[in-house]
Design a protein around this ligand. Structure first.
Ligand SMILES: NC(=O)c1ccc[n+]([C@@H]2O[C@H](COP(=O)([O-])OP(=O)(O)OC[C@H]3O[C@@H](n4cnc5c(N)ncnc54)[C@H](OP(=O)(O)O)[C@@H]3O)[C@@H](O)[C@H]2O)c1
Length: 251
């Protein structure tokens, strides 16, 4: 199957490592061009060098109100078009409701929630027929994760915002979907496992709850996300797609 990605242009926030970077890798390998972002300028430079000629990048924080316009400007001035965006960002801090401070909620809301809403709103309105937005969310959209109070609080609302935006942009031929990773082996997940004090035991315990009995690879996630961005998924919108090895107990 041809995904139809050749020469198309996608913005990938949080694209310097982890899930965003894995999606950028697939997009580039399928002939698309990408504008990647992250907060750290040196990481952006490394990612662009590794991705090659089909990539540009800027240091930009998803919490910054100027970020959507800056990303659109790079895409348009470099390649003269924008076909969609993958919105990924660093995850919120781990911890139970009883220990999360107002400041932690406010900081996470600004980057994880409002940043994603603003990016999808601004980029979505600039897309033409065939455009596609994909929000990187979490299995916490459907089922709460232990010790992840802020993720459990913010992700379901973001999923509903994406669903609502799919209604609003659908008549123009623009699609909006979400992806719900379970446990995909990125640096963030390794850091979360390490925070338990025994990363091997934490990983083994988590894998035992996954029907496929293993963590996903970033490449597996990247292929699913790239499919939702691509013309190949042209009749799929308003969907929250788990990429979780069967972890979620909800249909
Ligand atoms: N991996 C999983 O299995 C999994 C499961 C459920 C949910 N998720 C969610 O999926 C998202 C991506 O996860 P990941 O595993 O890829 O995380 P990751 O390995 O920590 O990568 C995060 C990426 O986002 C960038 N970033 C962080 N904060 C940012 C900000 N405010 N503005 C712009 N870029 C920012 C990082 O670069 P800089 O640090 O340089 O900014 C990096 O490129 C997270 O929100 C995470 O909670 C992941």
């Amino acid at each position: 199957m041809d995904l139809g990605l050749r020469d198309r242009v996608y913005i990938v926030t949080g694209g310097t490592r982890g899930l965003g970077r894995a999606c950028a890798d697939v997009l580039v390998s399928e002939g698309a061009r990408v504008v990647v972002s992250g907060r750290n300028a040196a990481s952006v430079d490394v990612a662009c060098t590794e991705l090659g000629e089909q990539a540009r990048g800027i240091a930009a924080d998803n919490a910054d109100t100027a970020t959507p316009a800056r990303l659109l400007e790079v895409a348009r001035s470099t390649w003269g078009r924008v076909d969609g965006a993958l919105v990924s960002v660093g995850g919120p801090p781990k911890g139970p409701v009883t220990q999360m401070s107002d400041e932690q909620w406010t900081t996470a809301f600004s980057s994880v929630f409002l940043g994603a809403v603003r990016l999808m709103r601004e980029i979505g309105q600039s897309l033409d027929d065939g455009g596609s937005l994909v929000a990187v969310l979490s299995s916490s959209v459907r089922s709460p994760l232990a010790e992840m109070a802020i993720s459990n609080g913010l992700r379901p609302g973001l999923g509903m915002v994406a669903k609502t935006l799919a209604d609003e942009l659908g008549p123009r031929g623009v699609r909006v979907n979400g992806v719900l990773p379970g446990r995909v082996a990125t640096e963030r997940v390794a850091e979360l496992d390490a925070s338990s004090g025994d990363p091997d035991a934490a990983r083994a315990a988590a894998e035992a709850t996954i029907p496929l009995r293993r963590y996903g690879t970033p490449e597996e996630f990247g292929r699913a996300a790239a499919f939702l961005l691509a013309p190949a998924s042209s009749y799929v919108t308003g969907v929250m797609l788990p990429v979780d090895g069967g972890l979620l107990r909800a249909l």
